[in-house]
Design a protein around this ligand. Structure first.
Ligand code: SIN
Length: 356
């Protein structure tokens, strides 16, 4: 009898033990799960799918045409896809500089970028076409070039061979020259001075034609190189000069409009093709509207940057290139066109020359 009672006691203890253990296991599982809504339990309990993350890397400040465009694109794309994408914009070289971002796109480490067209020329020499001195006299001509089959169409087609897709072209605007210790009026004024350039052989040739020394360098390094006297001068758009404070470490600026900076908005082709159709449609709509906005507002933003530079009053002189000086600069740099016939292609060079 005693033995039976002991057996029953053992059984009860074993049963209780397994109940306690079961409770413990369930509560661990519950802790791993997200908490369920405590509110209305009437209907939709299906979890909303995680948004598709699109990382967008660029190098400029937010108060520039590209910086503003990237923010606008983020807002519109998230709205038009009903939150199915999460656009994460990384400005100011937070992720990659423009030379590295192209490889990052090819590897799908970032999904979108907008390097200056000059920087795409490291992979495809033809993309240097917008760098030829005084090639594009107005923003209207830039747009004509970008929309034409012989120029824009041809350039975009090339990207497909390297796991990339060109989605749009965004404008910044025209480049101006700055220098540390003397004004730039005539070609002789460039002699012996070192100028930072983007990675483009045509830009290097442009400064060599002026007897200056071109120094290729990442955008993020230009301010300190100017400040420390590693380089004497640089060329850039007014919005880039102002937002990166180059005018605070330079003395002279010549408003020359001798070159142009615009951007190839690129993505990884496999990533893009893998997007659900409705998502791609929403992102494309956002891109189209943003592209139109940059076209309409790029010049205004650069003009505002000039007003701000003037208001800061840090430069000794801002000189506007005269017609006579422009003619002299053009004559000095014209040989650059012939030097690249083979590398860039006579067809492209003739097409861009026709727009001058
Ligand atoms: C940019 O506008 O994206 C940068 C241009 C530069 O490297 O000077």
């Amino acid at each position: 009898m005693k033995a039976r009672k002991f057996l029953v006691l053992l059984l009860v203890m074993a049963l209780l033990g397994s109940l306690v253990a079961g409770c413990g296991a369930r509560s661990e599982q519950a802790a791993d799960k997200p908490a369920e809504s405590s509110g209305d339990s009437s209907g939709d309990t299906a979890a909303k799918a995680e948004p598709i993350v699109i990382k967008f890397s660029h190098v400029v400040a937010e108060n520039t045409p590209k910086g503003q465009a990237a923010i606008m694109f983020e807002e519109k794309a998230e709205e038009y896809t009903d939150g199915k994408v999460d656009i994460q914009v990384f400005p100011n070289t937070q992720l990659y500089n423009d030379d590295d971002v192209i490889a990052a796109i090819q590897q799908n480490s970032v999904q979108m970028a907008a390097p200056a067209t000059s920087k795409v020329s490291k992979l495809f020499p033809e993309w240097t076409i917008f760098d030829f001195p005084f090639a594009l006299p107005s923003i209207e001509k830039v747009q004509e070039a970008m929309e034409s089959e012989e120029i824009g169409g041809k350039l975009f087609n090339m990207l497909k061979d390297k796991q990339m897709l060109g989605l749009a072209m965004w404008d910044n605007g025209f480049k101006q020259m700055t220098l540390d210790d003397r004004p730039l009026y005539m070609p002789e004024d460039f002699e012996g001075k070192s100028f930072r350039v983007m990675s483009s052989k045509v830009l290097e040739a442009q400064f060599k034609a002026l007897n200056a020394n071109p120094t290729p360098m990442a955008f993020s390094e230009v301010y300190s190189a100017l400040e420390q006297g590693v380089i004497d001068g640089q060329e850039n758009t007014l919005s880039n000069i102002y937002s990166k404070k180059f005018h605070e470490v330079q003395e002279y600026m010549t408003l020359s409009n001798h070159g142009y900076i615009g951007y190839a908005v690129i993505t990884n082709s496999e990533f893009w093709e893998g997007l659900p159709a409705d998502v791609r449609e929403g992102v494309e709509k956002a891109l189209d509207e943003t592209t139109q906005w940059v076209r309409d507002n790029g010049e205004r933003l650069n003009q505002e940057a000039l007003d701000n530079i003037k208001a800061d009053n840090t430069l000794t002189e801002i000189h506007e290139l005269t017609a006579e000086e422009k003619k002299a600069w053009m004559e000095a740099t014209n040989p650059v066109y012939d030097m690249f016939e083979e590398e860039v292609g006579a067809d492209l060079i003739n097409a861009i020359k026709a727009l001058r």
